[in-house]
Design a protein around this ligand. Structure first.
Ligand code: MV4
Length: 446
């Protein structure tokens, strides 16, 4: 096992990884930018190294500074967390070249699943359901128009290198399709350095259901069932839960097994999430694969009892996954609320500043993952998430009641947060019925 790990991240996920390391007897090196110099979790690290100025490009995204820190502190491995460098194949390759283990997939596996055209091809071969569309990248406009005619409008143009909703265009007729392809290619080239785009059938009403999976370096992989992440605004998830309400368990097992085949086909080591859209008839279509530990991983930890961060470290050290598929069982229900320092009443404007009041909920089935303490100043340089509330209970109804209770206990001020919005959702009819789609929140906020 590793002796010492550098955590190339900040905030709650840095603290989450630190906790896993310390329970495993692994020393922790934290890095921080000048904006995070006073972050209280740094005191828990065995060593903390300043890597630069506040802007991410000069600190958490600066590969040479991270590698320098890793060399100076003589670490065996780097955990990238989520965001920043987590899905950068070049960073995974540089770590390998420097003989530092990257806690995540190889650059090859990341390339296979991170590029959407390549990922869809691998998925199709592994019999994972995907949307009908162009087989690979669009070669010319006439060919695209022909495919669109076959699959029927509406269709969607997506950038192969895009993700999280960037570089997508919905086309409802041939004229729009013809005029959109060139523009989409140019936009993709400018934004992602790769102009490749592809076409697929556009699904209007859908739920976002994703499979958590884990692979090791010995060709073994398991899935940890699903999360429903349909409650979102502008591709930012607000609430995640597991199990997905009302979904046929056979269908979940089916796509879970598909996710496992996909990881095996890619030679994937580490934690991954395979994202799907589900239509009204509970048909699934794969969207993309996230090649990292996700923000919402605790939802799955609560219902399965499996520590995903510890697993990611173990498999990176070359150990066998200690679980077989039959060992993975779902118990009860879990809901996560992302607590963002944003004002829902002001179009979710970031609400940075000093947190004078920070009183967290507790009691049975309540988990708070946060780096915040009373008096903490939220730096304006990074994302606005100040913590996550994860509640677990025997069933969904009790979990909603528990989450509402915990949100009422949660006292944060004077900064504004998403807590009142989430409390409102726990009392909202459509959410309680479990039938919300990916457009539900944006409709509700109008
Ligand atoms: C789609 C889609 C409908 N049909 N693909 C958005 C993020 C990216 N991962 C893919 N996305 C979508 N792809 C087809 N063929 C609708 C979305 C989408 C969406 C997906 C998941 C969660 C929220 C979303 C919000 C708007 C659009």
């Amino acid at each position: 096992m590793f002796r010492r790990i550098l955590i190339a991240n900040r905030g709650e996920i840095a603290l989450r990884i630190l906790r896993a390391c310390h329970e495993m007897g692994i020393e922790v090196v934290c890095v921080y930018s000048k904006a995070d110099a006073d972050a209280p979790y740094l005191r828990l690290a065995d060593r903390a190294i300043c890597i630069g100025e506040a802007p991410s490009k000069e600190s958490y995204l600066n590969i040479s500074r991270l590698i320098s820190a890793a060399e100076i502190a003589d670490v065996d491995a780097i955990h990238p967390g989520y965001g920043f460098l987590a899905e950068r194949a070049d960073f995974s390759a540089i770590c390998r070249d420097c003989k530092i283990a990257f806690i995540g997939p190889s650059p090859e596996a990341m390339g296979k699943l991170g590029d959407k055209v390549e990922c869809k091809r691998t998925a199709k071969a592994a019999k994972v359901p995907v949307f009908p569309g162009s087989d690979g990248a669009i070669e010319d406009v006439d060919e695209a128009a022909k495919i669109a005619e076959e699959i029927g409008y509406p269709v969607i143009i997506k950038a192969s290198a895009g993700g999280g909703g960037r570089g997508m265009r919905v086309c409802r007729n041939e004229a729009t399709l013809r005029s959109s392809i060139k523009a989409a290619e140019q936009e993709a080239l400018a934004s992602f350095g790769k102009g490749e785009v592809f076409l697929e059938k556009f699904l209007e009403h859908a739920r976002h259901v994703e499979i958590q999976a884990l692979g090791d370096s010995h060709g073994h992989a398991v899935h940890l069932f699903e999360r429903d992440c349909s409650v979102q605004r502008r591709h930012q998830k607000i609430i995640e839960e597991s199990p997905a309400p009302g979904v046929d368990r056979k269908k979940i097992i089916n796509i879970g097994e598909g996710a496992v085949r996909l990881l095996k086909a890619a030679g994937y080591c580490g934690a991954a999430t395979v994202e799907f859209l589900m239509d009204e008839k509970q048909n699934f279509y794969m969207l993309e694969v996230n090649t990292r530990v996700q923000v919402e991983h605790p939802v799955t930890e609560m219902v399965t009892g499996i520590d995903i961060v510890k697993m990611s470290i173990m498999v990176a050290a070359g150990e066998h996954l200690p679980i077989k598929q039959k060992d993975v069982q779902v118990r009860g229900h879990a809901i996560e609320c992302r607590i963002n320092a944003e004002d829902p009443a002001r179009n979710f404007m970031p609400s940075a500043g000093t947190i004078e009041t920070w009183q967290v909920p507790g009691g049975p089935g309540v988990r708070v993952d946060s780096h915040v303490v009373q008096g903490y100043r939220v730096p304006p340089n990074y994302d606005s998430m100040v913590g996550k509330l994860i509640c677990h209970a025997d069933d969904r109804e009790q979990c909603i009641e528990r989450t509402a209770r915990a949100l009422r206990e949660f006292a944060v001020g004077p900064i504004k947060t998403t807590i009142p919005l989430q409390l409102g959702l726990m009392e909202q009819g459509d959410f309680r019925n479990g039938g919300v789609d990916i457009h539900f929140l944006e409709r509700l906020l109008k």
